[in-house]
Design a protein around this ligand. Structure first.
Ligand SMILES: C[S@@+](CC[C@H](N)C(=O)[O-])C[C@H]1O[C@@H](n2cnc3c(N)ncnc32)[C@H](O)[C@@H]1O
Length: 267
């Protein structure tokens, strides 16, 4: 599986930018999507949670210490174990502030009770998910031991008690944890960006979803495979509405939407 080159992604982004709705809601005939744009996407308030979490990201971005990282590659087995510098992982793996804060606002707005995150890394986005609604429970999955340890330290630092971190290879831990997952009211799928894995996590999570569930997929246009996975997800018979923000794709199953609709919105 090869990801698109920087040039290809830039070209795709330009195409997205001009094809997308202007991000203000003009011409959007779905009241639900219009409200999503005005109340969530374009909510520019500076929530106190942002000031709690971003300093932790900044701290990670300065850490020159190395840790041992298990690289799961594109497949199901660990392909290599290598030493990596914490700040390099923080710079390349974490969802940027703009998107992590959008996830915070989505949780704040919809108040999902049970949240699943596939791919914890250092837990920055997990903190946003957990702080947005302290009544919700976040179950987050991570396969790399030392990365998971740092995430747990970050949760402790903020005093978050509504997070459970499950360590190990997703391909095993997700299935094992499924019976204990009451419901995936919101799922953020941000790890192992291959078509097979993405569609596999989608079908597993669908087993614990309902009409009100919201699934968010990361890097939907990162490679040809991810483009294909996103197209299959859009076609799924249970999916009723999708919102493509280029770097993430949001999926709804609400049966009130009688006709399946796909929106591409500038963000
Ligand atoms: C992109 S990072 C997650 C970033 C995080 N959601 C955030 O926004 O801060 C993906 C993580 O998934 C983990 N991962 C990838 N494939 C995995 C697998 N098959 N099993 C377990 N962990 C895996 C990696 O170790 C990495 O830390």
């Amino acid at each position: 599986m090869t990801m698109y080159s920087g040039f290809q992604i830039a070209k795709k982004y330009v195409h997205y930018f001009f094809k997308a709705g202007n991000g203000k809601g003009h011409g959007i005939h779905s009241p639900f999507v219009f409200k999503f744009i005005t109340d969530i996407l374009n909510d520019k308030k500076k929530y106190p949670a942002y000031e709690i979490i971003e300093p932790i990201r900044q701290h990670l971005l300065q850490q020159k210490k190395t840790i041992e990282v298990q690289d799961y590659g594109a497949g199901s087995r660990i392909i290599t174990t290598k030493r990596r510098i914490i700040k390099d992982i923080a710079a390349s793996s974490l969802k940027p502030r703009k998107y992590a804060q959008l996830l915070y606002r989505i949780v704040q707005y919809f108040e999902p009770e049970n949240i699943i995150e596939i791919g914890t890394s250092f837990g920055i986005t997990t903190c946003y998910l957990a702080l947005a609604n302290k009544r919700s429970k976040v179950i987050t999955f991570e396969g790399s031991d030392e990365i998971a340890t740092i995430a747990l330290q970050n949760f402790q630092l903020i005093g978050l008690k509504n997070i459970q971190l499950i360590k190990g290879n997703f391909n095993e831990t997700l299935k094992t944890a499924l019976p204990s997952i009451k419901m995936a009211d919101l799922a953020f799928i941000d790890g192992n960006h291959t078509k097979t894995a993405t569609l596999n996590y989608f079908s597993i999570l669908k087993q614990v979803s309902n009409e009100a569930s919201i699934f968010i997929f990361d890097d939907i246009h990162w490679s040809e495979e991810m483009d294909q996975a996103w197209n299959e997800i859009k076609k799924d018979s249970e999916v009723t509405l999708t919102i493509d923000l280029f770097f993430i794709g949001i999926v709804f199953f609400n049966k009130d939407f009688k006709v399946k609709q796909h929106f591409t919105i500038r963000f």
